[in-house]
Design a protein around this ligand. Structure first.
Ligand code: FES
Length: 79
């Protein structure tokens, strides 16, 4: 009977620890970005300036924008 090959155990991924790395060039993790948003960085420029994320290859800027979209408090419409 042939033995079933065992899959090697993958090393921990930066995405597996509940605090994924969003900017790999500057090693900026999601919790750092969320803290900056809570502290008042509500535009991409502010987030980049405050954390340094997005200042390397720039490929993470889409994810930075998505974080802003999801976490910046919105004004409620006035009635
Ligand atoms: S991954 Fe963020 S600047 Fe390159």
């Amino acid at each position: 009977m042939a033995s079933v090959p065992q899959r090697p155990i993958d090393p921990p991924s930066p995405r597996d620890d509940g605090n994924p790395r969003i900017c790999f060039c500057r090693a900026v993790h999601e919790q750092t970005l969320l803290a900056a948003i809570r502290d008042g960085c509500h535009t991409l420029a502010q987030l980049i300036e405050h954390t340094g994320a997005g200042t390397g290859c720039s490929t993470c800027r889409g994810e930075l924008s998505e974080l802003l979209e999801r976490h910046v408090p919105r004004e409620l419409p006035r009635s």
